[in-house]
Design a protein around this ligand. Structure first.
Ligand code: IPD
Ligand code: CA
Ligand code: CA
Length: 269
């Protein structure tokens, strides 16, 4: 298993996709809503995905691919699954807010083992491979040393179904804002995981995610010394859409806070 080769190919695909994202930055002609209200797709998402798919398919024709804009491809008996988000943070991108990422993860036997998260607008390239550590612009990174929830800065996000689902993360957002030094919402799940990996943020949770949002960032957090699990600290099930990722030190206290989050008892109707 040549994780370094997979990481090299994923990195070059992310860099090429990043050039497309820069090219269309502030220059979009085509912004469409695809499913739920506010779930956007632009020509940059599509072109970025095509560029990544061309590279991965050519290099690893026997692997399976799951890509946000075009779905599953390839051999569904393969042990190798590439989970690709060609532009994570499309809402930010469409509004000119520069928190976006290309996210390319490789799962082997269902376990995320290679990850690249690249923000071309900020020129930040995060990479990681199981057993080889995680880097930001080629320098090793590690998670923060924050020990207590009370001293932590967290991040979360809200799925596109938040207006329709009662499980919308609003109560958790309020409760954790109350218990910590703050909860950010960046609008890019892959970037959130990368920020936990490099220690700028201490923890992250979210529901309603897809494997392409999380696969690459999971590798970064784990390889930087952090912990990733389900909300209740049981092993993460990537298809559940729920993730808890921290510097490991606040993992248990954040998990407990999520479990005992009080109801908000408000409705917006
Ligand atoms: C979204 C972002 C956002 C998260 C949403 C995702 P997209 O991905 O990662 O942070 O809260 O749930 O769907 O649509 O920008 O690729
Ligand atoms: Ca995404
Ligand atoms: Ca996307």
């Amino acid at each position: 298993m040549d994780l370094k080769l997979y990481l090299e190919v994923a990195t070059s695909a992310a860099l090429i996709a990043g050039e497309i994202i820069i090219q269309y930055w502030g220059n979009l002609k085509n912004i469409e809503e695809k499913g739920a209200a506010g779930d956007l797709v632009t020509e940059a998402d599509k072109l970025s995905e095509t560029a990544i798919l061309n590279i991965i398919k050519k290099q690893f024709p026997e692997h399976l691919i799951l890509a946000e804009e075009s779905g599953h491809f390839g051999n569904n008996k393969s042990r190798y699954l590439w989970a690709i988000d060609p532009l994570d943070g499309t809402t930010n991108y469409a509004h000119g807010y520069p928190v976006v990422a290309v996210s390319i993860g490789l799962l082997i036997d269902g376990i995320p083992q290679v990850g690249v998260v690249y923000n071309p607008l900020r020129n930040e390239l995060f990479t990681g491979a199981k057993g080889f550590g995680a880097t930001l612009n080629h320098q090793p990174i590690s998670v923060s040393q924050t020990l207590e929830l009370d001293k932590s800065l967290l991040v979360t996000g809200f799925a596109y179904d938040r207006r329709l689902s009662e499980d919308n993360n609003y109560a958790e957002f309020c409760y954790l804002t109350h218990l910590t030094q703050g909860v950010r919402r960046s609008g890019s799940a892959a970037s959130d995981l990368a920020e936990v990996a490099c220690g700028r943020l201490d923890g992250y949770w979210e529901r309603g995610l897809k494997p392409w949002d999380m696969a690459a960032g999971i590798v970064l957090v784990e390889e930087a010394g952090g912990k990733v699990s389900a909300y209740d600290q049981s092993p993460l099930i990537i298809d559940s859409g729920r993730i808890l990722a921290t510097n490991s030190k606040i993992h248990s206290s954040l998990s407990k806070a999520l479990e005992k989050t009080p109801n908000l008892n408000i409705s917006f109707k």
